[in-house]
Design a protein around this ligand. Structure first.
Ligand code: ACM
Ligand code: ZN
Length: 762
């Protein structure tokens, strides 16, 4: 940053390029000399064919966008030029060298794709200005870490137009992403035109209506569709992507997630239907019948038309979330199991092996057409198809298992790479999302090379991909909001070596990238620019300490009385020590405008900022910052995965609060967050005991509760435990976890999770 401002002074305020971009190039070497001035006399000269001419044309467009210069493109060598050529002999086929000196700029790629990435780098480095820009002398040597750099988009749950898909592809190109995984079919709609099966267009491309929210049981009454891409649309998109060096990988999700297809062709289901295009979300039990030869023919027919339209080396065949309930009952499926000699063993059921049979069938068929398959990590259950690439989504274990078995894998663990999850803890202010919490920083910090893999096994991790499922995403503007700027973080995971990654530095480099988002009109999420607050309970000073910052150093103004901060409010200079109930509000206000309002209620009671100890452990995934979370004055919201709630499973919740001196107490309260579909239940009982010395406890409150019913809503349950006032220094609270979920629940008999927050003592 310092360098940049010096540069500005050195060259009479001509705006200057900044090579600190996203993704950060592997090697940037500042070179001798005064660099190059891009102005109306500059020419873009390319060496090569049409593909290079297109590269040159892209560069001309990008320069026009940022520098408002119309530069000519020529295939003749020229002085004062940006020269594009395929001449870099590096090992990486997507690598490039970018050189800037007084004579001009050269981008030499190992391939036209390499040149394209060099162009993206130059594009991002340019300042936003009019007519003239200074390019400091530099040598950049750059290449990607991973060869597979993917982004997925679900167009079944909600459909996006061809123009939107092109805009999506432009966004991928900006982030050096080279694979577009297009999820074309699912229970809620079939979006790929099939010539041989016209009912996939006439019936499967629309649904009667759509459930409201997260399977609320209420429907919107709005007919959805018909929406489908014709094969010509798909070819147009494949070509558009190819021009931007992106391969489209289509997904036909099978044998599960097929209810829309079954609505059109019920004969390929186990029961014969009738089925409807699904109007709700989740995992449908209506799947393709694996015992029916005609179904196998249907799969081959679909894949035949898919390979005719999509030239990609890989075809994604799904394989995820295929319930076996129908197969267990279906005479045809059972006959197939018998004929193939499939048996339950201690690892897998016969039906899981039957799924492997279907996937292998698709694999053999695609291999015969010169293609390979990718499948979600469920394809590891049973017998892994011999040439399959595994797409790890339920965490990382599927990917690791695949790599250990010598199979290639792509990492999309949902805890880092699911962009349908919330990107902020303040979910009440967000459009509805599926749940979860994957902020930019979490995406950024993902490291796919797991230490449990040998170097040889690590080579099987061919790349990383983020996925966007669109149950709750109705518009393409909302797609942009979920993708950006998380995709910026993703692209550094995909492109940069881990030793070159640094989140603090990334946040600075994202600022100029966002200027480009503004130019393009992309609807990016602005959370990273918001005031970021960290709260710590100080159990010695008995206060809550708030630390505030913004990534671009915008001055922060704050209030503690609930009023809206303005530039007349106190400016934040050092951590704020909060000792009593307070509404802390803060806003960054600077040259780039104001951030959104930050607001937090901090509430005090006798337990706030007092030491607290857990007597039973949190679940390994939901321990977050541990016990102090329970008395930090901050309450969790409806999302149990924000770190404000502590999660318990298999054991009860039990904690002791040290009030640090004897106090009269007559009430203890705590809250639980319930999301029954996620196995997160309320407590079955609550017990409070108190002590003067921390050794001898007297029980002062005990209540047990019946099992939750299906009707009990998903919400925060606030429990108040009142008892006759008593003097005590130590307060022990126990909340009993549900050890066996009731019969109405899909996971009946299994233990539930219990999420607890903020214990108050009064
Ligand atoms: C998936 O998220 N069902 C692959
Ligand atoms: Zn069947």
């Amino acid at each position: 940053m310092l360098l940049l401002s010096c540069g500005l002074i050195a060259c009479n305020n001509t705006p200057t390029a900044n090579y600190q971009i996203v993704p950060l190039p592997q090697e940037i070497t500042v070179a001798e000399g005064s660099g190059f001035t891009l102005d109306e006399t500059t020419v873009i000269a390319y060496q090569g064919d049409e593909e290079m001419k297109r590269n040159a044309t892209f560069l001309a467009e990008y320069i026009k966008e940022k520098v408002e210069l119309d530069l000519p493109v020529t295939d003749q060598p020229a002085g004062k030029a940006i020269t594009l050529s395929v001449s870099n002999s590096g090992d990486n086929p997507e690598g490039y060298h970018l050189t800037v000196n007084t004579d001009g700029v050269t981008i030499a790629g190992a391939s036209p794709a390499g040149v394209f990435y060099g162009i993206q780098t130059l594009r991002k480095a340019l300042p936003v200005t009019k007519g003239k820009a200074k390019l400091p002398a530099v040598e950049i040597n750059d290449y990607p870490r991973f060869s597979y750099r993917g982004a997925h988009l679900d167009v079944s749950r909600h459909f996006f137009t061809v123009d939107s898909i092109k805009r999506f592809i432009d966004i991928l190109a900006l982030h050096n992403i080279n694979r577009f995984h297009w999820h074309l079919t699912d229970d809620q709609g079939w979006r790929f035109e099939m010539k041989k099966y016209p009912k996939l267009s006439a019936i499967a491309a629309e649904r009667d209506e759509t459930v409201i929210g997260r399977n609320s049981g209420e429907y919107d009454g709005q007919h959805y569709g018909p929406f489908q891409y014709t094969q010509d649309d798909c070819r147009e998109i494949v070509a558009y992507a190819a021009e931007r060096h992106i391969t489209v990988i289509p997904e036909i999700d099978l044998p599960g997630h097929m209810q829309a297809a079954l609505a059109a062709y019920p004969e390929y289901g186990c029961t014969g239907g009738p089925y409807e295009v699904w109007k709700m979300w989740g995992v449908s039990e209506n799947v393709l019948c694996a015992g029916n030869d005609a179904t196998l023919q249907f799969i081959e027919d679909v894949l035949t038309e898919i390979v005719e339209v999509f030239p990609s080396e890989y075809i994604h065949v799904g394989g995820d979330e295929c319930p076996k309930t129908e197969w267990e009952k279906c005479p045809k499926c059972q006959a197939r199991i018998k004929a193939l000699g499939l048996k339950d063993d201690d690892k897998h059921s016969a039906e899981m092996y039957l799924q492997s049979f279907v996937i292998s069938h698709a694999e053999k068929f695609l291999n015969s057409k010169g293609r390979k398959i990718i499948g979600w990590d469920e394809i590891l259950e049973g017998e892994l198809a011999p040439t399959a690439t595994v797409h790890s989504w339920r965490g990382i274990s599927g990917g690791l298992e695949a790599a250990k078995k010598g199979h290639n894998c792509i990492m999309s663990p949902n805890t880092y790479m699911y962009f349908d999850y919330y990107q902020t803890k303040h979910t009440d202010d967000e459009p509805l999302a599926i749940g979860g919490y994957v902020p930019v920083e979490t995406v950024y910090n993902y490291e796919p090379m797991h230490p449990s893999l040998t170097p040889e096994q690590q080579k099987h991790i061919i790349g990383v991909q983020a996925n966007l499922w669109t149950e709750y995403i109705h518009t393409f503007t909302h797609v942009e909001y979920m993708e950006l700027p998380r995709m910026a973080a993703l692209c550094e995971v995909q492109w940069c070596k881990p030793e070159n990654k640094d989140y603090e530095n990334f946040k600075q480099r994202v600022i100029p990238l966002v200027e480009l988002y503004d130019i393009k009109g992309y609807n990016y999420a602005k959370h990273i620019f918001d005031v970021n607050a960290t709260f710590t309970a100080d159990t010695i000073g008995n206060c809550v300490i708030a630390e505030l910052c913004t990534i671009d150093g915008r001055p922060i103004y704050y209030t503690t009385d609930g009023s809206e901060p303005t530039e007349a409010s106190p400016i934040y200079e050092k951590p704020i020590r909060i000792k009593a109930n307070c509404i802390l509000k803060a806003k960054g206000i600077g040259k780039r405008g104001a951030t959104r309002l930050f607001s937090e209620n901090i509430t005090f009671n006798k337990a706030t900022a007092k030491p607290v100890t857990l007597l039973q452990p949190t679940h390994r995934s939901y321990g977050y910052a541990g016990a102090p979370t329970l008395t930090d004055g901050l309450k969790g919201n409806h999302n149990y995965r924000t770190g404000r709630w502590l999660g318990f499973a298999g054991n009860d919740f039990e904690a002791v609060i040290d009030l640090q001196k004897p106090e009269a107490v007559s009430q203890v309260s705590l809250s639980t967050c319930v999301e029954k579909g996620d196995w997160v239940f309320d407590a079955r009982g609550l017990i409070v005991s108190v002590s003067e010395d921390g050794e001898q406890y007297v029980e002062v409150f005990r209540e047990e509760y019946p099992a939750m019913t299906e009707k009990n809503p998903n919400q925060i349950y606030h429990h108040e435990m009142n008892f006759t006032a008593i003097k005590a220094r130590y307060v022990k609270v126990k909340a009993l976890v549900e050890h066996s979920m009731p019969d109405w629940h899909g996971a009946k008999g299994y233990g539930a999770f219990l999420f607890v927050d903020e214990i108050a003592v009064n």
